[in-house]
Design a protein around this ligand. Structure first.
Ligand code: FEO
Length: 394
């Protein structure tokens, strides 16, 4: 007997046929996914034609095939829409194209090239679509919206006109295996923020452009490619508007690594002064910090304090990692302070400062100490915290 899948109908004639990856612990070999993730794929059934929007990670392709057969019988898919070429959504394209010879792959100009190169799709199966172009399924119209660099060059959105459903690929996504709808997941916005920090924040300017474009689109539901479907899209759209605009809060990240406790004392002294000045602080010992939590805080923090001892004539490797994350994620941080201790020759403060300035973050204070901090050092650290708080409030 064939397996009977539960297939939610998220809007009339629109079915969620993706897969849940409950056991995924790390995404992009970088960000912990404590709640797994999902690879969302959607069937849109019209009176005459049927479309599939995105596929799944290849290890789940048999499940996708089973759901398509259960839903459509021998009818099959007419249009397979690839909003994004990354393998977690496009990796099962060859499998789906193999299921029926009639299926055409619809994607952006850049997506067409990627489908050929990355997924070995022959050119005669590909139809390139442009901004504003529509296809009719019979009572259902799909419209394509250019949304490049979210977070690859080929990305686009697909909009179901009659139902006002936006299929947004990775944009508005979150890493949750559980739930069908936004109402099923507690602290969904927190999860979406960590996801945004890792995936979308480096492309904030393009994200803002997309948000501006969506102002003129009536949206009743957002169906992203990871995480639950938003039946109530207002909240996620309003936080995305803030995040993509680069708006920050009076909030600072204090991230440090310490070998013998001196740099830790220094970082905590600055953190305490910041808190005394009314600044919200998230403090991370980098030996145990979760990169997802840091990415989440980078989304709306205005400042960062990095503490690093000098080790083997340079920055401690964990502080180097944190400084690299700041460069790679391009957060809207404006200000920074750098502190550190050394045994016989200091340089970490100078080196971290250089890295932060390359990331266009203004370093407004620093202090480096030989050995453990003394009373006069605590006074200087308090001053560093005060100056930073003052700049953050300006
Ligand atoms: Fe979820 Fe960029 O793939």
């Amino acid at each position: 007997m064939m397996k009977n899948y539960s297939i939610p109908e998220i809007s009339k004639g629109v079915y969620a046929v993706g897969s849940r990856d409950w056991n995924l612990k790390l995404f992009d070999a970088l960000i912990p996914t404590h709640y797994g993730t999902s690879y969302n794929s959607y069937v849109v059934k019209g009176n005459e034609k049927t479309a599939l929007i995105e596929t799944v990670k290849p290890c789940f392709q048999e499940e996708l095939g089973g759901k398509i057969r259960q839903l459509l019988g021998i009818g099959g898919i007419d249009y397979l829409i690839m909003n994004h070429a990354e393998p977690d959504h496009a990796g099962a394209i060859p499998y789906v194209l193999e299921m029926s010879g009639k299926t055409k792959l619809l994607t952006s100009e850049k997506g067409a090239k990627m489908a050929e190169v990355m997924h070995n799709v022959s050119a005669d199966r590909i139809v390139k679509v442009k901004e504003g172009q529509t296809i009719e399924l019979g009572g259902k119209t799909l419209k394509f919206i250019d949304a490049p660099w979210l977070h690859w060059p080929e990305t686009m959105f697909t909009y179901l006109v009659e139902d006002k459903v936006l299929f947004s690929c990775d944009f508005f996504g979150s890493h949750f295996a559980k739930g069908v709808y936004d109402t099923d997941v507690k602290d969904l916005v927190g999860g979406a923020q960590a996801y945004y920090g890792e995936i979308m924040m480096p492309f904030r300017a393009l994200g803002k452009k997309a948000m501006d474009k969506l102002e003129s689109v009536e949206i009743s539901m957002i169906a992203p490619s990871h995480g639950p479907v938003y039946k109530n899209p207002e909240k996620i759209m309003s936080v995305y508007k803030k995040w993509t605009a680069g708006e920050t809060d009076e909030k600072a990240i204090v991230a440090y690594v310490s070998m013998w406790g001196s740099t830790e004392k220094m970082a905590k002294a600055v953190a305490e002064k910041l808190m005394a000045e009314g600044i919200e602080v998230s403090l991370y010992n980098l030996t145990a910090a979760d990169a997802g939590d840091v990415a989440k805080d980078l989304v709306d923090s205005r400042a960062i304090v990095i503490g690093s001892p000098t080790v083997m004539g340079g920055i401690h490797p964990l502080a180097l990692y944190a400084s690299s994350l700041v460069r790679a994620f391009r957060p809207p941080l404006k200000y920074a302070a750098v502190v550190g201790s050394y045994g016989w020759g200091g340089c970490s403060v100078k080196e971290v400062t250089k890295l932060l300035e390359l990331a266009k973050v203004e370093v407004v204070g620093s202090h480096e100490v030989n050995g453990p901090p003394l009373d006069e050092d605590y006074k200087k650290l308090e001053e560093v915290g005060k100056v930073l708080a003052c700049r953050m409030r300006q």
